[in-house]
Write a protein that binds this ligand. Sequence first.
Ligand code: PLP
Length: 396
Amino acid sequence: MSEMKVPFLDLITPHAEMAEELLAVYKQAMGTAGFIGGPMVQKFEEEFASFCDSKYCVGVGSGTDALRFALMAAGIKRRNVVITVPNTFIATTEAISQAGAMIDFVDIDDRTCNMDVSKLRSYLETKCFVDKDLGILVNIKTLCPVTAIVPVHLYGQTADMDPILELAEKYKLMVIEDACQAHGAEYFSKRENRWQKAGSIGHAAAFSFYPGKNLGACGEAGAVTTNDESLARTIRMIRDHGQSQKYYYDMEGYNGRLDAIQAGFLSVKLRRLSGWNEQRRQNAKRYGELLSGIEGLTAPFEPSWSKSVYHLYVVRTKTRDELQSFLTKNNIFTGLHYPVPLHLQKAYLNLGYRQGDFPVTETAAAEILSLPMFPGLTEMQLERVAEGIREFFHLP
Ligand SMILES: *Cc1c(COP(=O)(O)O)cnc(C)c1O
C-alpha cells in the first residue's frame, strides 16, 4: 500500500489559509482591549442566529455552558428528570446533573444512532404517569417530575424532531437540542412542511465551538440559540453572574461569557461554514460510492428528512477493533464516538444501570468507527481510506 498518511482531522491548513483575517481580528481586539463582550460578540451572535434561522443567539464559554444555561433558563430544577440518550458526549449529561436535575436515558435508533422516538414514547407512556392535580408528568419509580428532553443531533444529523416535539407538547416538556455537532444540519418537518435548521427547532439549542467542531473557535466557545425572547434574556444573565445590569444581580449565575476575540474568529469562519459543510457532504457521498458493496461494513444512514453536515462519518462493522488497528498501522487515523456508552461509565455507576439496559447503544458502541472527515479531505485521501478498508476485507 502507499505511504500516504490520512489524518483524522486537519485543523492546521484551514487556519493557515485564513491567517490574515484571523490576525486582523487579533489586532482589532488588541487595539481596543475589548476582550469580553462588546461589538464583536454582538456581531457574531446576530450572524449565527441568522445562520440558524433563529431569533436569538447568546454566546457563552463552551457547548457545556450552553447546555447547562439553556436547561437552567428553561426552568429545569433540582429533582426534575431530563431525558436524553446514552450515546453522546458526557457534556450532555453533565449539563443535566449540574442544572440539578436527574438523568434518564432512552435508547437510540439502530440506523441513525440518534434518539429512538418509539423508545421515548414507551418511556413516557409506561415509566411515567400524569399527575392530574398538578398537570405534570411524573416518573413512577422516583416520583420526580419529568420536565425536559435533550435530543442530541449526533454526528451532524438531527434527531427525528417532529414526533419528539409532539410528545413534548402532549406532556408539557421542554426540548433543548444538543446541536453541538450539528451546525447547519437540516431537518424536514412534516408539521411545518419545510426544512428547518438545527438550533431553530426546539425551545432552545446548544452549540459548541470547540476547535474540532464544524464551526470551531481557536479555543473554547459555545452558544445558545432560541426563538424565545425571555429564555434568551435569562441566559444572558446566567452567563454573566446573574447580572441584569452591572453589579445588580437577579440571581446567582456563572462566569460563562464568550470572549470577544473568539467571537471575531468565529465570524471569520462562519462565512465559510456553508462551503465547508457542503464539502463534508461531498466527502460523505464519495465515501458512500467508494465503500459500497463491502459485506460486513455499514455506511451511515441519512433519512430522507435529513441533511446531515457530517461532523463525523461513522461506519459500522463487527470487526471494528481489528479494522481500526489495521488502518492505524497503515497511517489512516480514525476515532470512536463513543467507545463506552454513558450508562456504563464509572461516573454514572450511581444511576444503577447495567450492561443490557440499552442494547442498541451497546451494540453500536462496539461496532462504530469514525473515518477521517474534514472539509479539505482530498480525493486521493478518500481513495486511500477506501483502499485500506478494502484491503482489510480482502477485496480488490
Ligand atoms: C462537543 C460536544 C459538547 C460540549 O461542547 P464543549 O464546547 O466541549 O463544552 C456537548 N455535546 C456534544 C454532543 C458534543 O459533541
